[in-house]
Design a protein. Structure first.
Ligand SMILES: [Mg+2]
Length: 219
């Protein structure tokens, strides 16, 4: 079994860690030269700020009035990423960084992986000040998918004592966002079909509601 822990709205969470005034506010972080939105809190997403949106084109819209923005600070984000890693290193025997805010956790040989995952979320939030979600699966691919789903619905995290995560069935508001996050990840077509199933994908459904069906069928 593998876990994937991922910082929620990571750059925004890093900014919030050092400026409590930003909590609960719609916050975005802009790319170099303050060009485009590259991180958004759920509050900002709700107001309609899309990933990659050029700020100068949307900032004068009335609905953007309450949005707070910050220039990106990669030194800070790298430092926060290291803090996150250090916390995890104390909890799991093997941690493999995957991106600045994502780390794979190797659960092989552990009998208390779920309990440790809950501890990890608590500790990373407490010590590194970053809220996270953990996805768990038989392969790294499934852990990654489970994480993408968990991020929208943390209540779907496996509970301590659950033996296996063989299937996840969930409705998500922003299916495009889930797909976007999985982009570039080496998922084979066969796995994609298994995960999403052609019928279950409702990308074009009115209202943007979609059902993701994730099922591990291999041994
Ligand atoms: Mg993230």
């Amino acid at each position: 079994m593998f876990g994937l822990i991922d910082g929620n709205s990571f750059y925004c969470s890093c900014e919030r860690a050092f400026d409590p005034k930003l909590r609960n506010k719609p916050l975005i972080v802009l790319s170099n030269n303050d060009g485009c939105a590259i991180a958004r809190t759920p509050e900002a997403k709700k107001l309609g700020v899309k990933m990659g949106a050029p700020w100068h084109l949307i900032k004068d819209k009335p609905e953007m009035k309450t949005v707070v923005w910050r220039s990106s600070n990669y030194e800070l984000y790298g430092d926060m990423s290291r803090r996150m890693y250090q916390v995890l290193e104390d909890i799991f025997p093997a941690v493999e960084p995957y991106s600045i805010d994502e780390m794979f956790l190797d659960f092989r040989g552990l009998t208390d992986a779920y309990a440790r995952s809950h501890v990890a979320r608590d500790q990373v939030r407490k010590i590194a000040k970053i809220p996270t979600c953990v996805g768990i699966g038989h392969t790294k691919t499934i852990a990654k998918l489970a994480n993408a789903i968990a991020k929208d619905e943390p209540k779907f995290l496996p509970k301590p004592g659950e033996k296996h995560v063989t299937a996840l069935f969930i409705e998500v508001d922003d299916f495009e966002d889930v797909l976007e996050r999985l982009k570039g990840y080496p998922i084979t077509m066969e796995e994609r079909t298994t995960f999403y199933g052609t019928r279950e994908i409702g990308v074009n459904e009115p209202g943007g509601h979609a059902v993701v069906f994730a099922k591990h069928t291999g041994a």
